[in-house]
Structures are given as C-alpha cells and as structure tokens.
Design a protein around this ligand. Structure first.
Ligand code: URA
Length: 200
C-alpha cells in the first residue's frame, strides 16, 4: 500500500473530534500521489460524507467544469479539504477541528509534494495566507520554498453569486501559466508543513 493510501486509511479511523462520531465516511482526499497541483477546500458536505470522496456534490460538479476550462480532469489533480469529517448541518469548521485535523493535510502535502497549492475558500486560504482577506487576494499567487500558493473563492460560494462566478472563472484561467512557472522553479528541499488556523 502506498504511503498516501496508508495515511488516508488512518484518517478513516481518526476520532479526535466529536464530529467523527457522526460521520458516515471520513473524506481524506483523492487524486494521484504525484499530482503537480493540489486543490484544498473546506470540509465535506452531505454528498461527500455519504461517498467518502471530496467535491462530489454540486460544488464538485462546478469544480470539474472549472478544471475543464483549463483542460484538466479531476483525476489529474489532488483534491482535499482542511477538515476530513462533515460538520453537522454543514456549519463552518471550528478552530479546534481545524487544529486537530491539519496534521493530515500537512502529511498529505509532504507525501504528494505538489508544485502548486490552490486554496478554495477562506478556511483553506487562512492556512496558507495568514491574515489575508479572500476578496483582496483571490487570483494572486505567492511563491515559497519551491511551491506556488494560489487563492481562489470557494466554488460553492461562486455557484450562487454571479460576481464571484466571474472572479473564480477568471482566476482559474490563470492557473496554467502559474503551473508552468511552478514546474520550472528549482527543486527545493521539502520543508515540513506546519499548518494551523489563522484568523483573517
Ligand atoms: N465543499 C468543500 O469545501 N469540500 C468538499 O469536499 C465539498 C464541498
């Protein structure tokens, strides 16, 4: 079994948070272990909890459409979330849940070593762009330690608001050039990930 499959199996047994008791399935993430690009959402919703797979409901269908704009299929990218269990009634993740769960994401990133990390929505943005506001930094990238970090709105938010929809679609179209740049950047010794919750 690969390191990532082992890790994702461990996620399935995690009981660190109260919400673990109520999940149907944990949703570790999915995609190739050597994905060049990783998309990180917020938390599983109802559909994801049922299937144990990320972004398989309406937000996921929209994410797939967005990926198609840049000739990518979901099977080519790694898709994960900040927290791996569905919060009751799709409420926002609690700080303690993010704190308990972020070690899984850190370890996924260490194994996959993506060249580009795309944050979807403000919870995942807050982990990589501490103190920033999504309305200001969406569509902008930061290079750190050989990786390009790029912030986008959450597809679920963009589905329901026309102005965000235009923004997320325009932001998606910037990814191929950034990814090409990321692939040309010098290999850097991987740095241990130390994610935590940052308020914006
Ligand atoms: N929204 C998310 O943030 N993640 C999912 O997996 C589904 C919807």
């Amino acid at each position: 079994m690969s390191a990532l499959s082992e890790l994702n199996e461990e996620v399935g047994h995690c009981q660190r948070c109260e919400i673990a008791k109520y999940r149907t399935k944990a949703v570790p993430g999915e995609g190739p272990e050597d994905a060049e690009i990783m998309f990180i959402g917020e938390a599983p919703g109802w559909h994801e909890d049922q299937q144990g797979r990320p972004f398989v409901g309406p937000a996921g269908q929209y994410l797939e459409q967005l990926l198609a704009f840049i000739d990518l299929k979901r099977e080519q990218v790694y898709i994960a979330n900040v927290i791996k269990c569905r919060p009751a009634a799709n409420r926002d993740p609690l700080p303690a849940e993010i704190q308990n769960c972020c070690q899984w994401l850190e370890r996924q990133i260490e194994i996959i070593r993506p060249k580009m990390i795309v944050t979807l929505g403000r919870y995942s943005m807050a982990m990589f762009f501490p103190g920033k506001s999504i309305s200001k930094i969406h569509g902008t990238a930061q290079k750190r330690d050989g990786v390009i970090y790029y912030a986008m709105y959450h597809p679920a938010a963009a589905l329901h608001q026309q102005s965000l929809r235009q923004a997320i679609e325009a932001d998606m179209l910037k990814i191929p050039a950034l990814l090409a740049e990321a692939k040309n950047m010098a290999e850097v010794e991987p740095q241990p990930q130390q994610l935590s919750m940052f308020e914006d």
